[in-house]
Design a protein around this ligand. Structure first.
Ligand code: PGU
Length: 462
């Protein structure tokens, strides 16, 4: 159909008797199109005195488009904003808040931004692969600056639109160069993983991960499912601070996971969204990725600075592909650029400069580590206080110690959907319906209230 539109000027109605102003745009052959479209539901017949015309009525061509459901994580923040109750608590999104429950801009970020203003840097386009200084420090932060894969140019690093955009770019790469290959996701995983691979047209399935009986890792199930996956599958692993469960494999278990992935010629695909947030140490939290890299495995890593530098809205992260040769890495990078170009052309510069200034400067880097320890430490404190409050208040004898064994920003409470609904409807505690709460959004002052809400929901709602 030609792109001709016919619309009534504001205020005029197709059924009004007043003389409507009719505005045409697009092709001049309007009469022909009107004849063709007269039977369309968008058109009706209008009589204006001597002439009868077909005009557009107020029926949208988007009539058949259904309303999308709210996002299971980001939609929680929207619902929270709409709640006027003063006791309300947003434990939905994984975003760090201060003890006063306010968003936090890191001091090192403010310092880096001041530097950027002083330098009066321009806003020219970045190259497709992003800011070179950013890509360098980012790969070094993840693998370690002295890692042979970095030294030998075996890592293709491309700046991405944070963790999500980097995963999506990898999805596009897998779809193009590994057609039919499957991605295996942990059950459960961050909810958006499924959306990302669905939209990338990459088939996925799940491997067992969480065991509700032990509130721990179903390690045997995980190994057996990875073994059973078709050879050459992509195995998506959370580098640290597994979302939503807060349960990570031990170093010995990581070795066994690497064994079976190697045996089956699978490709590890790490999602590292919380480096520094699991243990408070950037190096310790990168140990899973480094363990696999040290075995000479080719792998993917999507990285995010949303949490550890608090750069949520800057959309800054990276995709790293480790290859067995520098030559392969160069070719992979060229194809990642080719995929990125029609999707978003080139990435934004502001967050990349902040990261390059902080991670690339020894003084700011050390200050960052201190601030991250503070953030990780505050979360550990509320985790402990929540456990203490639950243990003191709950007289049923239930063991809440699993909360202390979980790490990172979240606690996977084991509350089911009805119980999670009760948390929100009765107690104004906003959380995802899988029973996950973000401890990064909790203060010491609110732990007792939260414990009351959890105990009520757990024991009084089935
Ligand atoms: N990967 C994992 C495992 C994540 O938890 C998140 C964020 C991301 C990637 C993507 O983060 P970027 O901001 O794109 O770098 N998950 C948070 C944030 C809210 C969301 O769902 O995007 C969460 O609350 O689960």
């Amino acid at each position: 159909m030609a792109s001709t539109t016919l619309s009534l000027a504001s205020g005029a109605s197709a059924i009004s008797n007043s003389k409507p102003k009719i505005r045409f745009s697009g092709s001049s052959n309007v009469g022909h199109l009107l004849r063709k479209e007269r039977n369309s539901p968008l058109f009706t017949t209008l009589s204006t005195g001597r002439k009868t015309m077909a005009v557009a009525v107020n029926v949208s061509r988007f009539e058949s488009i259904p309303m999308a459901p709210p996002d299971p994580i980001l939609g929680v923040s929207e619902a929270f904003k709409a709640d006027t109750n003063s006791a309300k608590l947003n434990l939905g999104v994984g975003a760090y808040r201060t003890e006063e429950l306010q968003p936090y801009v890191l001091n090192v970020v403010k310092k880096a931004e001041t530097l950027m203003l002083e330098r009066g840097e321009n806003k020219e386009y970045l190259p497709i692969e992003g800011l070179a200084a950013f890509n360098k420090v980012t790969a070094e932060l993840l693998f370690g600056a002295d890692n042979p894969v970095v030294q030998q140019g075996k890592v293709a690093t491309i700046q991405g639109l944070s963790g999500t955009g980097s995963l999506r770019l990898a999805g596009a790469f897998i779809e193009r160069y590994f057609p039919g290959a499957k991605v295996l996701l942990s059950s459960p995983s961050w909810g958006n993983h499924k959306n990302i691979f669905n939209d990338s047209r990459v088939p996925w399935s799940e491997y067992r991960y969480y065991d509700p009986k032990t509130v721990g890792l179903d390690f045997d199930g995980m190994i057996s499912d990875i073994k059973d996956a078709p050879e050459g599958s992509f195995i998506l692993l959370h580098g640290c601070a597994h979302n939503p469960t807060g349960i990570d494999p031990t170093p010995e278990q990581w070795e066994k996971i690497a064994d079976v992935i190697q045996e089956k010629n699978h490709i590890p695909f790490f999602d590292v969204a919380y480096q520094g947030f699991a243990s408070g140490s950037l190096d310790a939290d990168a140990s899973s990725v480094r363990l696999f890299t040290a075995r000479g495995m080719e792998l993917f890593v999507a990285q995010s600075y949303s949490k550890n530098l608090g750069l949520y809205a800057e959309r800054i992260g990276a995709l790293n592909v480790v290859s067995s040769s520098a030559d392969a890495a160069a070719r992979v990078k060229s194809q990642l650029k080719r995929l990125a170009r029609p999707m978003y052309s080139n990435p934004p510069i502001h967050g990349a400069r902040i990261v390059a200034n902080v991670v690339g400067d020894p003084v700011l880097f050390n200050e960052w580590k201190e601030e991250m320890e503070l953030m990780a430490g505050r979360i550990k404190n509320v985790r402990q206080k929540l456990f203490d409050s639950l243990s003191a208040k709950d007289k049923s004898g239930k063991d809440w110690s699993f909360i202390l064994r979980q790490i990172g920003m979240f606690s996977f409470t084991g509350l089911n959907k009805a119980q999670s609904d009760n948390m929100t409807d009765k107690w104004h505690v906003y959380m995802t319906k899988d029973g996950r709460i973000s401890l990064a959004g909790l203060s010491l002052a609110k732990c007792e209230y939260l414990a009351d809400a959890i105990i009520d929901s757990f024991h009084n709602v089935s």
